[in-house]
Design a protein around this ligand. Structure first.
Ligand SMILES: [Zn+2]
Length: 315
């Protein structure tokens, strides 16, 4: 999709959302109108092909729009070491141990800002999304993992290591482990007992299996609840308490004006009804739970969020 050149006054920002199966580029003006969009399959195993795929998307956009952008934001499902520039991603092994930050700069030849997919989700929802107009917000994603991003006045606060906010890798609370007799899991991040192992969509299914169920994923647990499965109903209750505790900790740390949920569990309507009370029992008395909101853009906002990172970086 390419719009007419008269919309190209002012700045031009590219956002690149790198996923495990596709890479999407959007080109935006200052008003976040999408002027151009293109997707290609992600070369997950071949690093030169991965760099070529992103470079081709960028040069194609330049050619379509008749000029270079002011900056590029790239959202990766992983982390880039701030000092070494080396990448790590469980979904895209091609970038593991590779000098991704330096190579992006060398290949793309313009200001480049790298963030993670969680931060791109958050900044997209903070700007024209579900949390538009709130001074601060947390985007909390509950998918195969759990994590998020923190925005102040519409800008991502990524922090010293670029980790903000990996709340999914805070520890599961000991009191609830004892209360529910839960096992302690090794997390894919290398730590032990991370809360994501329990509160992500994957974690909900794991809780169900711990209680004797057999759901393969969160959707399976919800279907089992609807068909009267006691283990599924119990798994959902424990999940709600653990998630309430985790988001109460997020509120104690950041006290955001709004929390926007993302990922597969954000589609669960009952979560918006039940979660505020589940959070409140783990907060101080008289502390107000901020609005818990469904996403406006959701996962589809990744490339838009990356363009916003570029605007934040380049403005
Ligand atoms: Zn972890």
């Amino acid at each position: 999709m390419t719009e007419s050149a008269e919309k190209l006054g002012g700045h031009l920002w590219y956002g690149v959302d790198v996923g495990g199966t596709k890479i999407e580029l959007v080109a935006c003006n200052d008003a976040l109108q999408i002027l151009h969009r293109q997707r290609v399959a992600t070369p997950t195993q071949d690093y030169p092909a991965f760099l070529d795929a992103i470079t081709s998307l960028v040069t194609n956009a330049d050619a379509e729009l008749g000029r270079q952008c002011d900056a590029i934001g790239i959202g990766l499902p992983g982390v880039i070491d701030r000092e070494s520039g080396l990448g790590f991603s469980a979904n895209i092994p091609a970038i593991n141990g590779k000098p991704v930050a330096g190579d992006f700069r060398a290949y793309l030849q313009r200001p480049t800002c790298i963030g993670n997919d969680l931060q791109c989700f958050a900044i997209s929802e903070a700007n024209g999304g579900a949390a538009a107009g709130y001074p601060t917000m947390i985007g909390a994603i509950l998918g195969t993992g759990a994590g998020g991003g923190y925005c102040v006045d519409g800008r991502v606060v990524a922090g010293f290591n670029g980790l903000g906010v990996e709340w999914g890798h805070w520890s599961v609370p000991a009191a609830l482990v004892v209360k529910y007799g839960l096992p302690i899991h090794e997390c894919a991040c290398g730590l032990t007992g991370c809360i994501e192992c329990y509160v992500s969509g994957t974690g909900l299914a794991r809780l169900h299996r711990h209680l004797g169920g057999d759901a393969a994923d969160a959707g399976g647990v919800i279907a089992a609840v609807q068909s009267g499965d006691d283990a599924a109903r119990r798994a959902l209750e424990i999940h709600l308490d653990l998630l309430g505790h985790a988001l109460a900790d997020v509120i104690k740390a950041f006290d955001p004006h709004a929390i926007v949920l993302g990922g597969g569990l954000s589609k669960l309507e009952s979560i918006y009804r039940d979660l505020p009370a589940a959070i409140a029992v783990h907060l101080f008395r008289n502390t107000k739970v901020p609005p818990i909101l469904p996403p406006l853009f959701g996962d589809a906002g990744g490339a838009r969020g990356a363009a916003l990172l570029a605007r934040q970086h380049g403005a």
